[in-house]
Design a protein around this ligand. Structure first.
Ligand code: ADP
Ligand code: MG
Length: 254
């Protein structure tokens, strides 16, 4: 583990005048797993969306692997980058959503090679070879030609993870990847994420799975009302939170 991959300083975000992120600072090192917990509406999804510039910032800066995301410094001020340059940056940031967001008219394999072939102009044969390896790594080698509608929720989410990995991202962002799954399918997705973490993938995971956070996270952050109120090793944060709102949140979920 070495070097900072994600750094965010003083992130502010408002929707319709209401402050949803109130100065969030974050630093995630290469190979580190950060789990973000917190009550519904506390700004967890917005924070992830700010990290990859799916939302513009009202204040603050995000760097991924040393590069400012969504903006460039010109004449001493930050100017928003043109969409085409933002998209280029976003390719290096893997995102997995609660609702999978697979292309419904494409097979599992086609979903995975879409980015590499159309965006990165990789030769189809090499993209397919890598997609097959990725499908095997998420336990779905046999389902390469299945369409999303033919897959269970857990299988769809594993394809979504493989699809994000196919772009060789510098960091993987997960937004409640198991929240839409039937309980019996949660484990297979967490197993894939556990293996990813063990292989040294840098991950930021918004989750309600406290067991996963306790076991896999290097650090846990707890968000309340648009702020990170506690951040540190899971054993410390989950056992001895100092902030009163964090204590009451944890008392409800632990
Ligand atoms: P969490 O993921 O922790 O549940 P969110 O980041 O989704 O929280 O939302 C934080 C707050 O911001 C909520 O009050 C939500 O209603 C509001 N919000 C999120 N996205 C938008 C949006 N696009 N427009 C207006 N309000 C939003
Ligand atoms: Mg959310």
């Amino acid at each position: 583990m070495s070097g900072t991959i994600v750094k965010a300083i003083n992130i502010h975000k408002k929707f319709a005048g209401r402050e949803v992120l109130r100065g969030v600072d974050l630093e995630v090192r290469n190979g580190e797993v950060l789990c973000i917990l917190g009550p519904s509406g506390s700004g967890k999804s917005t924070l992830l969306r700010c990290l990859n510039h799916l939302e513009a910032l009202d204040d603050g800066v995000v760097w991924i692997d040393g590069q400012i995301i969504g903006y460039e410094l010109r004449d001493g001020t930050l100017k928003e980058l043109p969409a085409r340059k933002v998209r280029r940056q976003q390719r290096e940031i893997g995102m997995v959503f609660q609702h999978f967001n697979l292309f419904p008219h494409m097979t599992a394999l086609e979903n995975i090679i879409e980015g590499p072939v159309t965006v990165r102009r990789e030769p189809r044969a090499s993209a397919i070879a890598r997609a097959e390896k990725l499908l095997a790594s998420v336990g779905l080698a046999e389902r390469r030609d299945a369409y999303p509608a033919q897959l269970s929720g857990g299988q769809k989410q594993r394809v979504a993870i493989a699809r994000a990995l196919a772009m060789s991202p510098k960091v993987m962002l997960f937004d409640e990847p198991t929240s839409a799954l039937d309980p019996e399918l949660v484990g297979e997705v967490l197993d894939v994420m556990r293996a990813l973490a063990a292989s040294g993938t840098t991950m930021i995971v918004v989750t309600h799975e406290i067991g996963f956070a306790r076991e896999v996270a290097d650090r846990v952050a707890i968000m309340v009302d648009g702020e990170i109120r506690e951040m540190g090793p899971p054993a410390d944060v989950l056992a001895n939170p100092t902030d009163a709102r964090v204590r009451s949140f944890l008392a409800r979920v632990l």
